[in-house]
Design a protein around this ligand. Sequence first.
Ligand code: AMP
Ligand code: MG
Length: 352
Amino acid sequence: MPRRLPDILPIEWPENAPAPPSATDAAIDRAIALIRSGGLVAIPTETVYGLATDALDSESVDRIFRAKGRPATNPLIVHVADQAMARSLAANWPPTAEAIASHFWPGPVTVVVPKHRDVPDIVTAGGSTVALRCPAHRLTRRLIERSGYPLAAPSANRSEALSPTRAAHVLESLGDRVDLILDGGPCPHGIESTVVDCTTSPPRILRPGPIGRAALEAVIGGLVAVESVDSAPASTEPARTPGSHARHYAPRTPLELAADAPTQVAELLRKGKRIGWLTLRPTDPAVRRLAGSHDLVVVPMPDDPTAFAAAIYATLHALDQRDLDRIICDMPPATEPWHALHDRLSRAAASG
Ligand code: AMP
Ligand code: MG
């Protein structure tokens, strides 16, 4: 029998109010009670929605893996209220972690550090390191502070599917597998955090994200290495960088990155295919020429990487509802600010 759908509780905290409204604290307390009894709660963050539970309770964490269908080899990020909580979960706190956390937290960058023995093996996929992040979303920080629980929280979607940037996306993907959804509105960054391995010298970016390499190097005062997108192993091989499977973050509709999108779109339309086209150049005459076709949905995308990131998953979620044969996306510029988006889009485009 299908499980009852979860409640979705709107949680608000007006910008100028020092404390949240009492209804918001009541919703947070309900989330804490659920987590205390081993439940799973979807939480808003500034990157994407997370599927959260007490990181120090292996049985609860096991429920996250089962709900997502996530391979046990893919470790989880633990969300903390501040640097002190992060340090309590680390066996030691490397100077690079200190520099990154002091400068960017709360914010969308995760540090990988040697794990404290109290962190259960299931969280780190059996590894000796743990990934830690202090999220900027102040409602989620309040949840962590009020409960005292560090929260293990991967993105709140089925494994390999699109990440959720709205409460409705969580309901769609995990509706019968989550106990409560805290709805904090759309996620402002819209893509997953930058992950930096601070156990190596130089530190390595394992997953590009909203905080870019140049910003990290400025703060660390030295070079940062980057794991290349192309080096990601195929999904059948054991993960070298855990979780970095080639196919990830993918819509159900096959997606293609196109260097010459107008030609590609025209050809597919000739074959009678139904196409969604994410274009960075909506005023291009080639786009205008094709835009009248019944079989084509043109979605103008922002040509600014920050705004593109905030919109991309919601756009792909929406196109996935349209029964299309293919999604074509204009190849974004090959410049540093687009690096994280190249990573996500090429993983979304990787077949099988
Ligand atoms: P998600 O929370 O679904 O965005 O995925 C978290 C990602 O963080 C994983 O896929 C890994 O790439 C990375 N990660 C988490 N823990 C570790 C770790 N101990 N070492 C390296 N990467 C990690
Ligand atoms: Mg994920």
